[in-house]
Ligand binder design. Structure first.
Ligand code: CMC
Length: 444
């Protein structure tokens, strides 16, 4: 039998010409299509892919997802393994540097991150300037952007040492900024970092410490937060990571690019779904009302929040881990009554052909909001809790992009469907628009 060739042959039926394109990693290069032309001066064939649903924008060694089998791995390590044995800072090291650290390297990394937990006093003043009811995620977007003015050295993006320094600074400062945003919304004084505590223990201290001299985080809550942070560290080319890479490709400093990534995460379709789950479960109120909700969902009147995923067509492995972690948290906080509704909702949905046939399973947001709520976080803080751990993923993806010689400034093409060339008419000579034309103008 002849050896199969790793190429794709395309016949252009407009011209009858054939083209043979190389295949690498089950992918063809979109730029190879440009040779397909009707006339020599044509621009050449492009692909049209709104929302990049079938376009790989980069090659990456960081995160692997197999959505059909429900697999998530960072640098080859299964998420279940990391959630069970690692802590967030160690996982962040793995995500950023590619390997798990030995003890000496871990201790150095922990030290290097912790020396950056403080923020400049002017940042504190800057945050005090937000209105009393400012959304903490809005505060985070603005404040991370402002960090670029404090660290002009961050503009040296091709300098390895500078990239390392900004990575440690951002991972170190994110919990501090997040905690300050939370305290601001509560009208409470900001609590400075306590570097004797773990990364997550210190975060809990900056959030919840009151008059006690030394805050002692509950080890179970500290651990649960570590697990939550591990699960959120990276998720390959999602909306915010794509924003990080795209904005970063202009060679702007990483603080500005991270502000863009946080802005992307702010949206309800990305970092805000766990809040929608809590709202939905609260609205259901009791297990007896679940069938009514399922009926509405099946009638297409609403979506079951926390269910379904663009990539996972199986149980989201992160949701499985969180379902277990919820009980660890409840041992300390007391059960969140919403868990009963969530479990029953999941049971009913997973037996229903509507959800089974569409491969709709619980995603990471189905249980995370319930846990955050039990820990005492207001819903506005949920996306902020997502942003803290995702910073290691963003910085790792950004550095990979900066080092990748195939990458250039991100600049997609478009398919132009507007007017052909027309000429300017003075304002008084323009025809009066018809009602339809006025209506179209208003649609914008
Ligand atoms: N409830 C009911 N039906 C659903 C749901 C849902 N949550 N999700 C998808 N469907 C149906 C959808 O109506 C469609 O049915 P049909 O084929 O009859 O038209 C089919 O399933 C495919 O849906 P889709 O909209 O083409 O799928 P998508 O890949 O574009 O959407 C999603 C993915 C996550 C936006 C969607 O599943 C959804 O809206 N889920 C609820 C919101 C949510 O939980 N988001 C968190 C995502 S995970 C965290 C993150 O990545 O930030």
């Amino acid at each position: 039998m002849a050896m199969a060739k790793n190429t794709l042959t395309i016949t252009d039926n407009r011209t009858g010409k054939q083209y043979e394109l190389p295949i690498e990693n089950d992918t063809i290069r979109a730029a190879d299509l440009r040779q397909i032309k009707v006339r020599p001066d044509d621009f050449g064939m492009m692909t049209y892919d709104p929302a990049f649903t079938n376009t790989a924008s980069c090659k990456s060694k960081i995160t692997f997802i197999d959505g059909d089998r429900g697999i998530l791995r960072y640098r080859g390590y299964p998420i279940e393994d990391l959630a069970e044995h690692s802590n967030y800072l160690e996982t962040a090291y793995l995500v950023v540097k590619g390997e798990l650290p030995d003890r000496k390297r871990f201790e150095m990394w922990e030290h290097n991150v912790k020396v950056h937990t403080m923020v400049h006093e002017n940042i504190k003043k800057f945050m005090e300037g937000y209105r009393y009811d400012a959304h903490p995620m809005g505060m985070l977007v603005g404040t991370i952007g402002a960090l670029s003015t404090f660290y002009p050295d961050a503009a040296s993006i091709h300098d390895l040492e500078s990239r390392r320094l900004q990575t440690r600074r951002l991972i170190g400062k994110l919990p501090t900024l997040a905690a300050f945003a939370y305290r601001h919304s509560r009208g409470l004084p900001y609590v400075y970092p306590d570097n004797e505590l773990s990364y997550t223990g210190n975060f809990l201290s900056m959030l919840f410490r009151m008059t006690e001299l030394k805050y002692k985080p509950d080890p179970k809550l500290e651990h649960a937060l570590d697990v939550l942070f591990i699960l959120h560290a990276d998720h390959e080319q999602n909306c915010s990571t794509n924003a990080m890479r795209s904005v970063g490709s202009s060679q702007v400093d990483p603080y500005s690019a991270t502000a863009a990534a946080v802005a992307a995460l702010y949206g309800p379709l990305h970092g805000g779904a766990n809040e929608a789950v809590v709202r939905m479960l609260t609205e259901i109120g009791s297990v007896e009302r679940i069938p009514e909700l399922i009926k509405q969902v099946k009638a297409g009147e609403r979506r079951l929040m926390g269910f379904g995923h663009r990539v996972y067509k199986n149980y989201d492995p992160r949701a499985k881990i969180l379902k277990k972690a919820a009980y660890e948290v409840f041992e300390v906080t007391g059960a969140n009554p919403l868990i009963k509704i969530a479990l029953e909702l999941e049971r009913i949905a997973l037996q229903d052909d509507y959800f089974v046939s569409r491969k709709l399973y619980p995603n990471v947001d189905f249980y995370s909001g319930i846990i955050y709520q039990a820990m005492g976080f207001p819903t506005a803080m949920f996306p902020v809790l997502f942003a803290i751990p995702r910073t290691s993923g963003w910085m790792s993806q950004w550095a990979e992009m900066v080092r990748d010689e195939e990458q250039k400034i991100a600049r997609p093409r478009q398919v132009y469907i507007g007017e052909g060339e027309r000429h300017y008419t003075p304002i008084d000579k323009r025809p009066v628009p018809t009602m339809r034309e006025e209506a179209v103008a208003e649609e914008i």
